[in-house]
Design a protein around this ligand. Structure first.
Ligand code: PLP
Length: 368
């Protein structure tokens, strides 16, 4: 069986978590602080703030930016729910925006169509491991509209040498078990603004300043990370370059092996950018290749587990169904949701696994 994802845990992780557990300090402490330093250094930002999920990271950033009822926040129609739900936690309105077929990201042109006087922020999702075109997005957002990067899938990605998480006002990362590096559950915020960093630290700890315990400046949450999760993340971040190199190599092998199959559109990498392949997402053109569902079932029968990221554009999920969106409002997101298949690409795969995936797909394509 070849899984769609598997965390890479070695003796370093076991050692660091064990040491942390035996230290007697389980809650947020020195290891969280150390992780924040390492993370900021890795992302080329001044600061990082650890929280307990990627969702909490986005919520905390929006709170620091004072997103509130009456505000509009632009979010891609094709992403995971946690890119949008924090906007609703803040009482603000989600304005959905279509994506580009070439990179699954939102473009400056699409964003521009949705900007109003109430637009306060854009959540740019660097989907599947490739980053949005921030130069252009910055020029349409100007200084009035904050860019919040949802970098949950893109740690280590770059564009023109600039790291994922260093382009917007702040960025959110996830350390969930299936992400490129993990602490089981966990999240990180990166920013180069001292004010945003301080507000984020306050919000994750019940609205208290670190220096003034039991005085509550605002109502915050308990979004703190534990030190043993930070221990796991510290072991993982030391390996992130190795993991990423392996993902890129696996993606290159898949693309080479599958390049001549009619009806499959393989993922493309933009010029001057580093795609970190959180997911290897190909598109099935059903009129040429046949039904996606049969293909997915065949792979499963042959022990290859794939994903569909994502089967329904967010505006068409049940929760948002009363917003008045209609079929055809997000043409690209709608066709992507019918076409995409994510193949295994994680660093735990062997060359043999990759060859097996290529052979199985080639055989299916020939015999169908
Ligand atoms: C994983 C993910 C999140 C949420 O992260 P959690 O740690 O699961 O809360 C948000 N946005 C995107 C794009 C993600 O992939």
């Amino acid at each position: 069986m070849i899984a769609i994802s598997r965390p890479s845990i070695g003796s370093e992780e076991v050692k660091m978590v064990t040491q942390s557990l035996l230290s007697g300090k389980l809650a947020q402490g020195a290891l969280v602080e150390e992780l924040e330093k390492e993370f900021a250094t890795y992302c080329d930002t001044k600061y990082a703030v650890a929280v307990n999920s990627g969702t909490a990271a986005i919520h905390t950033i929006l709170q620091a930016l004072e997103i509130e009822p009456g505000d509009e926040v632009i979010v891609p129609a094709f992403t995971f729910i946690a890119s949008a739900s924090p906007v609703i936690f803040c009482g603000a309105k989600v304005i959905f925006c279509d994506i580009s077929a070439s990179d699954f990201c939102i473009s400056a042109e699409e964003i521009a169509k949705h900007i109003s006087l109430n637009t306060k922020a854009v959540i740019t999702v660097d989907l599947f491991g490739q980053i949005c075109d921030y130069k252009k997005i910055k020029s349409v957002c100007g200084t009035r509209i904050s860019i919040v990067e949802d970098a949950c899938q893109s740690i280590g990605a770059t564009q023109d040498g600039k790291k994922s998480g260093s382009s917007g006002k702040a960025a959110a990362f996830s350390l969930y078990a299936t992400k490129n590096i993990t602490s089981g559950e966990g999240g990180m915020i990166t920013t180069s603004s001292k004010l945003i960093m301080e507000k984020c630290k306050r919000f994750r700890n019940h609205g208290q300043e670190e220096s003034k315990r039991y005085d509550y400046i605002e109502i915050g949450y308990n979004y703190r990370m534990t030190d043993f999760q930070a221990a796991l993340a510290l072991a993982q971040i030391k390996k992130v370059e190795n993991f990423t190199a392996k993902r890129i190599l696996n993606a290159q092998m898949l693309s080479k092996g599958l390049q001549n199959i009619p009806g499959l559109i393989l993922p493309s990498v933009k010029p001057n950018s580093r795609h970190v392949f959180h997911q290897y997402v190909l598109r099935v053109k059903e009129n040429i290749f046949g039904p996606r569902s049969e293909f997915v079932a065949y792979l499963k029968k042959n022990g290859i587990f794939v994903g569909i990221h994502y089967p329904i554009p967010l505006p068409f999920t049940s929760y948002f169904s009363n917003m008045g969106y209609r079929k055809g409002d997000f043409p690209v997101a709608e066709s992507m949701s019918r076409e995409v298949v994510s193949l295994p690409v994680h660093p735990g795969l062997t060359k043999k696994d990759i060859n097996y995936i290529i052979e199985t797909i080639s055989r299916y394509a020939k015999n169908k």
